[in-house]
Design a protein around this ligand. Structure first.
Ligand code: ZN
Length: 152
């Protein structure tokens, strides 16, 4: 189990060091802002659709390693998904980090394996808000994105 935890830690550090899909796009269909005042994490998520699937999703912001790594992993996972698949992934991710379901799978479900990387935060309630900020902001963008998201 500790080997698995080390692996998760390494994945988180890697995403934090070199975040995927970081930077403001020239064009986007929807965007939203998110803020986690407990930690000071701030993020903006940009989503572009094509033929009903997420063609591009990018983010900018700054915050702790967990919030940035989670945002980076989210963008990797969401690309190519439909809007309803993206919302479904958010639900699963939320269940994993709050401990409602186990975060590991038998390996058949690649998305679940990726989501499980952040399952360690369930032991740290403050960190759950860091891990879910990007996802809440994504959902706000999908919803239309007029109001900034503040996790409380
Ligand atoms: Zn944070």
């Amino acid at each position: 189990m500790s080997d698995l935890r080390d692996l998760y830690q390494e994945v988180i550090l890697d995403h934090n060091r070199s975040p995927r899909n970081f930077g403001e796009p020239a064009h986007c269909d929807r965007k939203a802002d998110g803020h986690n005042p407990l930690c000071g994490d701030e993020i903006r998520v940009f989503v572009t659709f094509e033929d009903g699937v997420v063609k591009d999703v990018r983010f900018v912001g700054n915050g702790c390693a967990i919030s940035m790594a989670s945002a980076s992993m989210m963008t990797d996972l969401i690309k190519g998904k439909t809007e309803s698949e993206a919302r479904h992934l958010f639900t699963r991710f939320h269940q994993i980090v709050t401990g409602q379901v186990e975060g590991t799978s038998d390996g058949d479900d690649e998305d679940a394996d990726h989501l499980a990387v952040l399952s360690g935060v369930r032991e740290y309630p403050m960190r759950v808000k860091c891990a879910t900020l990007a996802w809440h902001t994504l959902v706000a963008a999908l919803d239309g994105g007029d109001q900034p998201v503040v996790t409380e």
